[in-house]
Design a protein around this ligand. Structure first.
Ligand code: URA
Length: 236
């Protein structure tokens, strides 16, 4: 069975269908309530405990950003994901809900993922900074460094096969360079952790919020996503 057939079959089974014909037509695309969604982390026992430790340490960490934010925002998605997406910092919607990428930029991110046959539940989504900076300002270098150890721990726990960096702050944090995305995108980089044997192939591309403001860059973003899709074909 090829990958896309397998995905279709998983979708059908996850939708609760274990026989083909039903008494009434099924609306495949109706929105499911959160409680009805399959839990992507059902088999992630050990990783779940370790990520919960990171969350606990983040809660205990005294950050200036915590004073003006409402909710800690750590991750959404699949702890067994092959792909880890890293954004900048929570915005207003994320701060309200405590979940990364749920506002307008998040909706565009969902579409970008769907374009390469991925759902939010297939990937692990996080940010460099875990509290919303006041007025959504860009995190400064001190704040990036303050939260970097928590991000590095998440990478070590999830051990993604690929990292996709969304925007300049994520590129700065993970690739340790202030170079502009125009110079960094379109090629593979390597992220090396002291705690992992193998380095992780990493792409830096445009942030969805930037793409909303400057849609002419979407074609480059699409090229970067296709590079990821191509690599995903060759990993089990
Ligand atoms: N922008 C980000 O970088 N992260 C979010 O979670 C939302 C918007």
């Amino acid at each position: 069975m090829n990958q896309s057939n397998k995905k279709n079959l998983e979708f059908i089974v996850n939708s609760g269908v274990n026989y083909f014909l039903q008494d009434s037509p099924r609306n495949w695309f109706e929105n499911k309530k959160k409680s009805e969604l399959p839990d992507p982390n059902i088999n992630a026992g050990d990783k779940k405990m370790k990520i919960d430790d990171v969350i606990k340490d983040l809660k205990d960490h005294k950050s200036n950003l915590k004073k003006t934010a409402k909710n800690l925002v750590v991750y959404y998605g699949n702890l067994n994901a092959k792909v880890m997406l890293i954004g900048e910092a929570p915005g207003r919607d994320e701060d309200e809900q405590g979940i990364p990428f749920v506002g307008r930029a998040g909706q565009l991110l969902n579409k970008m993922l769907l374009a390469i046959n991925l759902q939010r539940e297939d990937v692990y989504i996080t940010n460099v900074v875990n509290w919303r900076p006041p007025d959504n300002r860009t995190p400064n270098d001190e704040e990036i460094l303050e939260f970097l150890p928590f991000l590095q721990r998440q990478i070590d726990i999830i051990k993604p096969k690929f990292i996709f960096l969304l925007g300049g702050v994520a590129a700065k944090a993970i690739l340790s360079t202030p170079l502009a995305l125009g110079k960094l995108r379109g090629k593979w980089h390597e992220y090396k952790s002291l705690n992992l044997d193998e380095s992780i192939p990493t792409i830096a591309s445009y942030h969805p919020a930037f793409l909303l403001r400057s849609p002419q860059y979407k074609k480059h973003s699409w090229e970067d996503l296709q590079m990821l899709q191509e690599k995903l074909k060759n990993v089990s």
